[in-house]
Design a protein around this ligand. Sequence first.
Ligand code: ARG
Length: 395
Amino acid sequence: MKKIVLAYSGGLDTSIAVGWLKEKGFEVIAYCGDVGQKIDIKKLSKKAADTGVKKLIIKDLKKEFVTNYIIPAIKANAIYEDKYFLATALSRPLLAKAQVEIALKEKAGYLGHGCTGKGNDQVRFEMGFAFLAPHLKVIAPAREWDFASREEQIDFALKHKIPVDITKKSPYSIDENIWGVSIECGVLEDPQKTLPEEAYLITKSLKKAAAKEQVVKITFKKGVPVKLNAKKMNCYNIIKKLNAIGGNHGIGRSDMIENRSVGIKSREVYEAPAAAILIYAHKELEAMTLDKATLHHKAILEKQYADLIYHGCWFTPLKEAIEAFIDKTQDVVTGEVSLKLYKGNITVAGRKSDYSLYSKELATYSKDDAFDKTAASGFIKIISLPYKITGKRKK
Ligand code: ARG
């Protein structure tokens, strides 16, 4: 019998994929990677069994996700198109990697995923598969089956007694992990409409957000968050805590129209309180500790790095090389940043670093001023020289 390892969440698409693959004569090993989404193991096991899965493997990937995927993203201040902290995109290469490992161990000849034919995730999974195990065949049921709508899929599920939580009334597609929540479909397909408040999973509305501001202090060591409010904590727990704290202040929501890899624009709503707070703090510390040229060059590479993650290019030489540059810049990104959180806003309360390049003697306007003002006029004379000439030409 043909054996397939299917990336499985228990959601609508992957549940239907199980039924569809079985119809096609596959023995389905379902695999669920735990990247910090809420998994009810008992419920998922029952659901997998009821759906006809031969074997369910749940793999705890939380530590690896934080260490090898989220921390590099923090160092890179990785944000796609100014709004998306890449929670879903970052998880895919890791999920693909763990899936390949299982397929090799189980001696399966096929890898499967429930991604649709117009999304980014199919690209991310299969870019990973291509790099890690090009000899395995890939099956993407959702690209092959011919349901005309989500409603039809739900009907298929109901008919085949495949248990799904989704109802026809709230047809959101939600992807969640420790770095954030992605919500699409349903009412979001109309860009004029707002997502109803009850659809948000981890953030409060501004109206319901805490009435009092709260200060959080984050300590970084070489770009990695190591303490929260002066308490040593592993990065996973810092993220978890900040999701709760930030969520309570309505921080980290974004509603965006984004450019997908496959060329279409799509509408998505994101929640990422911890990501918003940590990257804000990290940028503040870099502003203080990185020299101007490095900081400005890093910003260009950050954008490219975020684009690479978004478009599924995790396992690529360019991504690795940019990471090496970024890592080098983090040698001095050690220190602490305090932030005020209030009604969806983040503002700086203070920052401090032993590697600070900020010099009060140079910046001050008081009598302690150590800046040599006499050098300024010569400096301006020389750098303005080309524009003196082009200015004349214009006249
Ligand atoms: N648009 C995001 C991305 O491409 C999220 C995709 C998955 N979203 C979802 N709601 N299932 O990374």
